[in-house]
Design a protein around this ligand. Structure first.
Ligand code: NDP
Length: 286
């Protein structure tokens, strides 16, 4: 069967995740963009957000509320597969809604059953921020931050690793082959988007739980990369500074935003620059 590489991008509806989906689709990858709800994935605009540059390229979006960890990790309908509602997008720029799309489906087109869509890149990008002191942050908010920013990333990494091992084995046994009309994809990769606040060099009052979730993600990824090396799976984290063109920053309390601007100084960037960096790291593996 012919293997078509797929990227899963959480937070793919807006901000940095949207820029990443745009970049990866322009580079020929098939993308699964994950957002929190049907209304957020409904806003995905094929022309602006997702592109078609190669013949078997297809895209999907899925609504998964990551605050609902660990429940979302067992969501199945009529089969043992993890399924979620979402859309399929085809190169005639049409989209079709499905109540239950398996997150890890290999045959995307029943008329092309010799084409295998395999996950070669996971970008854990979904995240929420915090702008209250720890003592004023409710238990619900704390669990939402940890569920989205850290625990869902761990579960997705685990699911994806198993799929990546399987596809590597299919290639080794000759049961799946690369599409020679496309550039050879790099080895499988997991990229976790952390934050400069998780690196420990800057402390901003009002972001304690957010910073802790991002620090946990960095350390998790460091150790994960040692664990997955044996299967040729790369795991890396990125810690952007202030990405000014996103809703996360635009909707922030102006005082906190100003404080962050001052603290970050030269560490300000845009979503497109982060997306270019992701593509570069996926190719280079660093
Ligand atoms: P935005 O607020 O613009 O977008 C957040 C994304 O996360 C959206 O796609 C949103 O989906 C998704 N998301 C939020 N809650 C959930 C949920 N419950 N379930 C599933 N998806 C959810 O954020 P940014 O683009 O700015 O940030 C992206 C990542 O980059 C985050 O992890 C953030 O911490 C990190 N980061 C951001 C920086 C910045 O300055 N902006 C700096 C450093 C790191 P939906 O549309 O459905 O709400």
């Amino acid at each position: 069967r012919k293997g078509i590489p797929v990227a899963i991008i959480t937070g793919g509806t807006r901000g940095i995740g949207k820029a990443i989906a745009k970049k990866l689709s322009l580079q020929g990858m098939s993308c699964i963009s994950i957002g929190s709800s049907l209304s957020s994935i409904n806003a995905i605009d094929i022309n602006d957000h997702l592109h078609f540059t190669s013949p078997e390229q297809r895209h999907r979006s899925m609504a998964i509320d990551l605050t609902d960890w660990p429940n979302w990790t067992t969501q199945t309908r009529n089969s043992k597969k993890l399924t979620f509602p979402g859309y399929e997008y085809t190169d005639d720029l049409q989209r079709r809604f499905h109540e239950n799309i398996p997150l890890f489906e290999e045959i995307w087109d029943k008329n092309a059953s010799n084409t295998n869509y395999y996950v070669n890149l996971l970008v854990n990008c979904a995240g929420i921020t915090q702008d209250s002191l720890s003592l004023r942050t409710s238990t619900d908010e704390i669990s939402q931050i940890m569920n989205i920013n850290f625990l869902s990333c761990v579960s997705l990494s685990n699911f994806v690793c198993k799929k990546m091992i399987r596809s590597q084995n299919l290639f080794k046994r000759g049961e799946m082959a690369l599409d020679h009309e496309l550039p050879k994809p790099p080895p499988p990769c997991i990229i976790n988007i952390s934050s400069i606040l998780g690196e420990g060099t800057i402390q901003v009052p009002g972001t304690s739980i957010y910073s802790a979730s991002k620090a946990a993600l960095i350390q998790y990824t460091r150790t994960l990369s040692q664990e997955t090396e044996t299967w040729g799976i790369r795991a890396l984290s990125m810690a952007p500074g202030l990405v000014t063109d996103t809703d996360m920053i635009q909707e922030m309390d102006p005082q906190t935003r100003q404080q962050l601007n001052l603290l970050m100084g030269l560490n300000c960037t845009t979503s497109d620059v982060v997306a270019d960096d992701i593509w570069d790291r996926y190719l280079r593996g660093q």
